[in-house]
Design a protein around this ligand. Structure first.
Ligand code: NAD
Length: 455
């Protein structure tokens, strides 16, 4: 096991801290962490109250130190590194299982922390998974292939990394008695919908990525019972700075284009999207882990904020206004094939967890601009900032290791399709999205420059 990494700092690039992630977690202070006993222990007289008051203050901290680590699968990623930072800041022990698609540097800041452990490996490697799951008090599952273009590269790889991995992680958690499970889903499960959608709306996935999220949710929620407290979080499209920066997310990409090129390429200006800042998303995950499990079991929450529902065109104008203070920025419209269009209600998470965004879009844009000014990033088109490019790199490994396993499945799916028996479980899926109709190479090339990933 590779515990605590190598402790070497590189002092530049992705390893840079943003210095503002501490102390902003949304704890509710009720002592209901993973594995924590319930009850608030109110006393009946003043003295008992004072004593218990002190205990109340220190108990969550002690419990967090004594409890098993929180396992963050995919903790080396864009969102994961924020989750790790906030959990550590709140006293939890944290263990990351990650195949480190984006390298070790994003986790560099944590290696010196005695409450942090890294298990480097793939979630579908059963031995690594069991090693990582041992003694954990909760699982936050953030791993997988992310975004429509990356997931469209190879369906077997996507299903392996997203659906099969979720099933395995669930089984490992259940087998090892880990009762708390938080899953990263996406608002893109709503697909195209003219009305505002809430957690009770029908899902309408229009991409393979979204379908794998729907399947994973079903897989997990079907097992939610008193021994397995699973909560599914449907994230809005994320924006903002992270130790593992991404410039394939529309708000970050527009900002990068405006700062570097003075030109934003806008596609589908009238499409509605919900957004959320990456730090706020991590706050939401921590808040779920802190909440009473009885209230979180089997629940689905959209994670975002009504104030951050906007059209892609409005987003482009916000970026243009912000960056125009420093340089001239034009907005160029291009045709879009992206079909998704949805505005999302975030009333449930506001009501149940008191969750509201702390960082709105303007502040998120300014933060990225400031990081560019500091020289934190390389060129925003570098492959390391794109999930599509990095998925393409990982694909050859996957094919080498699994060709003999998946070929019979692919062949069987083809047969089912010819027989008219395709049920969406293999390549015979009936709702194949437009990106999948393209030649595989075209799909890959379509990536970096032109693909705007709206998760
Ligand atoms: N970023 C968004 O806008 C957004 C929106 C909705 C949902 N989500 C979901 O949130 C989660 C995290 O997204 P992100 O933006 O941080 O992505 P990311 O690509 O930055 O991070 C994913 C991490 O998971 C790791 N990983 C991938 N496959 C793995 C495997 N099989 N085993 C172990 N580690 C593996 C990668 O190495 C990476 O560190 C994903 O499930 C994504 O679908 C993200």
């Amino acid at each position: 096991m590779n515990r605590n990494g190598n402790g070497k700092g590189n002092g530049k690039g992705n390893g840079a801290t943003n210095g503002n992630g501490h102390g902003n977690g949304a704890t509710n202070g009720n002592g209901h962490g993973p594995g924590a006993p319930h009850g608030n222990g109110n006393g009946t007289n003043g003295r008992a109250h004072r004593k218990r008051g002190l205990m109340e203050a220190v108990r969550p901290l002690l419990l967090r130190r004594w409890a098993g680590p929180i396992l963050v699968v995919g903790g080396g990623g864009y969102i994961g590194t924020h989750v790790v930072e906030q959990l550590l800041a709140q006293g939890w022990r944290v263990r990351v299982l990650d195949r480190l698609l984006f390298g070790k540097a994003p986790l560099q800041d944590f290696f010196g922390n005695p409450r942090f452990e890294l298990v480097e490996g793939d979630a579908t490697d059963i031995l690594k998974l069991i090693e990582a799951m041992q003694g954990a008090s909760a699982v936050v599952h953030l791993a997988g292939l992310v975004g429509d273009p990356a997931c469209a590269v190879d369906e077997s790889f996507t299903r392996h990394a997203n659906v099969f991995a979720t099933r395995l992680i669930k089984k490992a958690a259940q087998s090892l008695g880990v009762r708390r499970f938080v899953f990263a889903s996406s608002c893109s499960v709503y697909g195209i919908n003219p009305a505002e959608v809430s957690e009770t709306s029908e899902v309408n996935p229009v991409s393979l990525y979204a379908r794998t999220k729907v399947e994973s949710e079903r897989e997990l929620l079907s097992d939610a019972d008193e021994d397995f407290c699973v909560t599914t979080l449907r994230f809005a499209t994320v924006f903002g700075h992270s130790r593992r920066p991404r410039f394939d997310l529309v708000a970050n990409l527009f900002t990068a284009q405006a700062v570097n090129d003075g030109r934003i390429t806008l596609m589908g200006p009238s499409q509605w999207r919900p957004f959320v800042h990456v730090r706020d998303l991590a706050r939401a995950i921590v808040a779920v882990l802190d909440a009473d499990p009885e209230r979180m079991r089997g629940q689905v929450f959209n994670v975002g904020d009504r104030r951050l529902n906007m059209t892609i065109g409005q987003l482009a104008r916000l970026v243009q206004e912000s960056v125009s203070r420093a340089r001239r920025v034009e907005v160029v419209e291009l045709p879009s094939k992206d079909l998704r269009n949805y505005a999302v209600s975030f009333e449930k998470i506001r009501r149940e967890l008191g969750f509201e965004a702390e960082t709105l879009m303007e502040a998120g844009i300014e933060e990225i601009v400031a990081e560019f000014t500091k020289g934190t990033y390389g060129h925003y088109r570098d492959a390391v900032y794109s999930n599509l490019a990095m998925t393409k790199r990982a694909l050859s490994d996957f094919r080498r290791q699994t060709a003999h396993l998946y070929e019979p499945v692919v062949a069987a799916a083809g047969l089912r399709s010819r027989d008219g028996l395709g049920n969406g479980a293999g390549l015979a899926a009936p709702h194949v999205e437009h990106v999948l109709e393209a030649d595989p190479e075209d799909r890959l090339v379509a990536g970096l420059g032109s693909a705007v990933v709206l998760l």
